[in-house]
Each structure stands twice: as C-alpha cells, then as structure tokens.
Design a protein around this ligand. Structure first.
Ligand SMILES: [Ca+2]
Length: 319
C-alpha cells in the first residue's frame, strides 16, 4: 500500500508540473496570421469585387483589417468592396492587428481583365492635324513633311497620308497598354490601308506590336508589302529579334481600301485581309504579358518609298 501511495503522489506531482507548464504556455500569445480571399475569381476592370479577411487566424482577437491596393487605394474592414478602373496586374496587401498590437500581412496578386468588347484604341484621324502628334514620327532617316492628314470624301473622312522618298524611311508609332487576356480572349488589331500606286520599289507596313522601336526582340508578327521582293509578307520576328518573312500570295489593289487584321491569342496569331484568313501561326510567350505595345505604320526601307493612306486603326478585346 505504501508503495502505491508514493506512486500516486508522484503522479499528482507530475500532473501539477504539467498544469504549471500549460499555464506557462498561456503566457505566450499566438500571433495572428493574415489571409484573405477575393471573389469573384475573375475580376474585370471597373467592376466591384469583394475582399474577405475572415480566413485570417486569430480572428476573435483581430481588431483591425487594413487593405492596401497597389494603385494607391486603401480600405478598412474584415470585408471590403473594391474595384480597379483599369485592367492590369495589381497586388493587394491585407494588414491585420490583434488586441495585443501584433501585426501580420498577406499580399496577393490580382489579375484584372478587360471585358470582351472593350475598345483599346479607335483612331480615325477625325481631329486632323492633331493626330500627327499622336502618331509620333520616328526621326530616324525621316522627314516630317512626308506625312499629312488628308480629307477623303465619303466614309474615310480624314486619313493619314504617308508619302516618303526613297532616300529615307518614314514610320510613325503610337503606344497602347494592352490588358492581360483571360483564357479565350484575343486582342484584335486592325488598320485600313489604301496604296496609291505601285511605284518602282514601293512599300508599306502595318506592325501591331513592337516592344521596343529600336529592336525586333519580343515584337509581334506584322504585315509588309514590298514590290522589291515577292509582294505581301507576314514578317515574324524570332525570340532573338531576327525577322523571318513569310510571303503570301496577296496583291493589294491600288486606290482601294483594304483592312489588315491581326488577331492575337495567348499563344497564336492570325492575319486576315478583308476578313479572309491568310496566315496563322504560333506566338512566343511575350504576348501574354501585360505591357506597352507600339503600333508602327509607314515603312522601314531606305531604298523603297511609301505612298499610302492609313485609317481606322482599331484595337479591341474579342473572343
Ligand atoms: Ca478617317
């Protein structure tokens, strides 16, 4: 019996130590852990979405929820409604604070898409000479007097006329911001071009996307007409910036408008002329990035001349 009593006393002592130990643990406050959800999962520019911080741990003692959006917006509350006016890729940081003044942060990236049908650019040169400033002249080898805005009776109205000489090239460019493309969406670039006459060594191009005016690295495929070689080409820059020409058997009529359309999906492109498909192919990964693209029109040859009108340059998000 005596040994059993001693045994019980030992167990009681051990239990006491354990309780003391548990009591000691309670002195260490658990730190809060920030976490949140965004709904709906697909967020569109200009549309409200909900931020919900209730996934954060330690929520019973959390006294404040602060939301910092990378476009400068700041919101408070466990739940908050937000919207981004423009498509793009943003970050959202939730900061929580508990009753003991402990902080924690969680940052998540949110991709904001443009609704299908969004018009990114619609250039009809209706404001006349002002458009010449918008379509910036590349000063390399060019003369500013090689372009003007002409009024053409009927539907075209004002159009940009480029008539360069053979001793220089003349190209103009305009930068746009393209939104990220949701699965199934494509960016559609189009331009109406009318060439006046096939001169000796005549050329024009419509290039929907250059990442850098001075380099073809990361550039999108573009359309080139030149009668110095085989006529119409789809030019596809490689990842190293080498320009590979793919001749197509298309001959643009002179004194007639033709519409050149490039459709870019996330990994493929298609060229249509007057709504007829002429070429399609794969695209390098650069296009899915949200970034600035430079649209280039005119020509890039020191030996040929451009003698063409450009009008109705449009960029839309379709699917
Ligand atoms: Ca026009």
């Amino acid at each position: 019996m005596a040994s059993k009593r001693i045994h019980c006393a030992s167990i009681l002592a051990a239990l006491g130590l354990l309780l003391l130990g548990l009591a000691g643990c309670e002195l260490v406050q658990p730190r809060p852990t920030a976490d949140f959800s965004v709904s709906p999962v697909i967020v569109y520019a200009g549309e409200t979405f909900e931020l919900d911080g209730s996934l954060s741990l330690g929520s019973t003692s959390i006294v404040s929820y602060t939301w910092d959006l990378s476009d400068g917006q700041s919101l408070v509350g466990q739940q908050a409604n937000a919207s981004f006016p423009f498509a793009g890729i943003y970050s959202i940081t939730l900061t929580i604070e508990d009753a003991n003044g402990h902080l924690d942060h969680d940052t998540q990236q949110v991709v904001v898409y443009a609704r299908t049908g969004t018009v990114i650019l619609d250039e009809d040169f209706s404001d006349g000479e002002l458009a010449l400033a918008r379509w910036v002249l590349d000063p390399t080898w060019a003369s500013a007097s090689d372009a003007q805005i002409d009024f053409i009776r009927g539907a075209p109205g004002n159009a940009l006329y480029i008539h360069s000489a053979a001793s220089r090239w003349h190209r103009r460019y305009h930068a746009i911001e393209l939104p990220p493309l949701r699965i199934g969406q494509k960016a559609v670039f189009s331009c109406r071009i009318m060439t006046l006459r096939n001169q000796v060594l005549h050329t024009f191009l419509f290039a929907p996307g250059r990442a850098d005016l001075g380099s073809l690295v990361g550039a999108l495929p573009y359309y080139l007409f030149t009668n110095e070689r085989d006529g119409s080409y789809v030019q596809v820059p490689t990842l190293l910036g080498t320009d590979v020409g793919h001749p197509i058997s298309y001959e643009p009529d002179v004194y007639r408008w033709h519409t050149y359309t490039f459709e870019f999906g996330q990994d493929s492109f298609e060229l249509l002329i007057d709504d007829v498909s002429w070429m399609e192919g794969p695209l390098d990964a650069a296009f899915s990035d949200t970034s600035t693209w430079i649209i280039v029109i005119g020509e890039e040859s020191l030996t040929e001349t451009c003698n063409a009108y450009f009008d109705d340059i449009r960029v839309t998000i379709e699917e």
